[in-house]
Design a protein around this ligand. Structure first.
Ligand code: GLU
Length: 299
């Protein structure tokens, strides 16, 4: 299988310039290293009808070409079930009946980092298990053997982060993101993961899970986010931030692409033209502040 990079948006709405900048970076990382570039729609949760088509249209508009068919997570349930079954067979999972509130209110285990699952359901005896099974459906959690795991990131270097008994399958039957992403990346031959650095804290969990499934960890590059003028992660409420909004203001998608490339110190024009100048080690490490775009001629 040809090695590949990818972009994996959740189809919850239109992409904004922050998402598009990350997509450009993922494309540049993949293409500049001779990899394929794949698109995966992460539609297990938060999918809005019509959003996928809008996202693909916008990625095409900025020139982020992809290889093969777009993959959708909702069509891949059998792969996730098989991976969870392997973990179950190895004694690496347990059923959890906790509500979110119970988790918040539970005293945290000694030395456990903030936000880590307190382990309430880790060692239920058979009678407790039987009783709890009669009360509500169970989520499936990983029985983690470590509290921390270290990954290497192209931009962040060595990064160690929390691994707790995180959820693999929610109690409504939906596969959890951390499991799906690991299974999909491996199954699709993805060995390079470029995404926003808001996901860096989840990465040790994913890399640890990959190790349990005998999957080599991919190369990671967590890229800085785009923020608004208050330094807060860009969102739709920050004004004209989608290609559609900007087009309505008279700004064509090529001009938006060029602005995003300029923010990365790269030349304007088709993405292919930026490949020669692209140097992952020289990328900005700070969030980029989006200050909007004036109409053509005023920028
Ligand atoms: N679907 C996730 C998001 O849109 C990205 C997941 C990933 O790149 O691993 O935030």
């Amino acid at each position: 299988m040809t090695s590949a990079g990818r972009f994996a948006p959740s189809p919850s709405g239109e992409l904004h310039v922050g998402n598009l900048r990350t997509a450009i970076l993922a494309w540049l990382f993949a293409r500049s290293s001779g990899r394929n570039f794949l698109l995966r729609v992460e539609d297990l949760d938060r999918a809005r009808s019509g959003a996928e088509a809008e996202q693909l249209r916008d990625l095409a508009a900025i020139g982020a070409t992809w290889d093969g068919d777009v993959v959708r997570q909702t069509a891949r349930g059998a792969l996730y079930t098989a991976a969870i079954s392997r973990l179950q067979a190895a004694g690496l999972t347990y059923e959890c009946f906790c509500t979110r509130r119970e988790i918040q209110e539970a005293p945290s285990a000694p030395h456990a980092p903030q936000g880590a699952y307190p382990g309430t359901c880790r060692n239920l005896d058979p009678a407790e298990l039987e009783f709890k099974r009669s009360t509500r459906p169970a989520a499936v959690r990983l029985r983690a053997g470590v509290a921390e795991y270290r990954v290497h990131d192209v931009l962040h270097g060595a990064y160690a982060g929390v691994v707790d008994d995180f959820v693999l399958r929610r109690n409504d039957g939906v596969t959890a993101y951390n499991l799906a992403v690991v299974v999909d990346d491996a199954e699709q031959g993805i060995d390079q993961v470029v995404r926003g650095d808001d996901l860096l804290p989840s990465t040790p969990r994913q890399a640890y899970l990959a190790s349990l499934l005998n999957i080599p960890a991919p190369e990671y590059a967590h890229v800085p986010l785009v923020v608004n003028s208050d330094g807060v992660r860009l969102a739709k409420r920050d004004g004209a931030v989608t290609l559609r909004d900007l087009a309505l203001a008279g700004i064509p998608s090529d001009a938006v692409r060029d602005r995003l490339l300029a923010s990365l110190g790269l030349p304007a024009g088709r993405l292919e033209r930026a490949l020669d100048a692209f140097d992952p080690t020289a990328l900005p490490r700070e969030p980029w502040v989006w200050t909007g775009m004036g109409s053509p001629g005023s920028t």
